[in-house]
Design a protein around this ligand. Structure first.
Ligand code: 8X3
Length: 235
């Protein structure tokens, strides 16, 4: 919505089109911008290739790529964690970002314009117990952001990472495999960031003049000071 408010046309993709379509309709009717949606599972490299190869002609020139797909699965100690969970995080957070970026960046190079904005996490900066592989995937996002900027050195393509701390979304519900109580506890007694808080910063990065590359933004709610330091008001 932050991009639509600034007048951008939006190419939106997600696994669940039935969740995305109403969002697209709201954006169109509120901001009057064009929106094109398609369903995509970024963990499927062939689907990523086909989706971007098959975009309608009017939608092939992508100026800004926001790599937002990602998840945490489980919070067990590394030696006890479900291997499927660990692989699932690698697939979405690392391989997904690689495949989507590789599908989009060549067009940016051809057009001599573009901005890749990766959504990392404070988990990439501070590892925490039970988050070993999730934190590793987000450290990988930080490394890929740094490396992409270097590999694109000399082009006008910008590369940024926005690294939030606690944001109240479905993130924890997914992490705890649908356990609503466990998910609610994460945000209990504090004021977390919202998706809008993060979107506004992403749009701010994209809205800087062409000669300004914001490399990294670390953002946390005021009640959080590191991955493991969280102030719960009544405790
Ligand atoms: C989300 C932040 O602290 O739950 O990436 O890992 S945290």
């Amino acid at each position: 919505m932050a991009f639509a408010a600034a007048g951008s046309r939006l190419l939106l993709c997600a696994r669940r089109l039935e969740r995305l379509t109403p969002v697209a309709d709201t954006i169109k009717s509120t901001y009057g911008v064009d929106v094109h949606t398609f369903s995509l599972d970024v963990t499927d490299p062939e689907a990523v290739r086909q989706a971007f190869d098959g975009l309608p002609a009017a939608w092939t020139d992508i100026d800004i790529l926001v790599n937002n797909a990602g998840k945490a699965l489980g919070k067990a100690a590394f030696q006890e964690a479900d291997l499927e969970d660990l692989d699932g995080m690698l697939d979405a957070n690392v391989r997904g970002l690689i495949h989507v970026s590789r599908a989009v960046i060549p067009g940016m190079i051809e057009r001599n314009a573009g901005h890749v904005i990766n959504i990392g996490s404070v988990a990439g900066k501070w590892t925490y117990p039970g988050g070993t592989v999730y934190c590793a995937t987000k450290a990988a996002v930080a490394a890929m952001t740094e490396g992409m900027k270097m590999d694109l050195h000399g082009t006008p393509i910008r590369v940024s990472t926005v690294d939030p701390g606690l944001v109240e979304t479905e993130f924890s519900l997914v992490r705890f495999h649908g356990d609503e109580k466990a998910a609610a506890k994460v945000y209990d007694d504090l004021t977390p960031l919202t998706a809008v808080d993060v979107a506004e910063v992403v749009a701010f990065c994209a809205g800087r003049p062409a000669h300004v590359n914001i490399n990294q933004v670390i953002m946390m709610c005021t009640d959080q000071s590191s991955s493991t330091m969280v102030h719960r008001r009544s405790r």
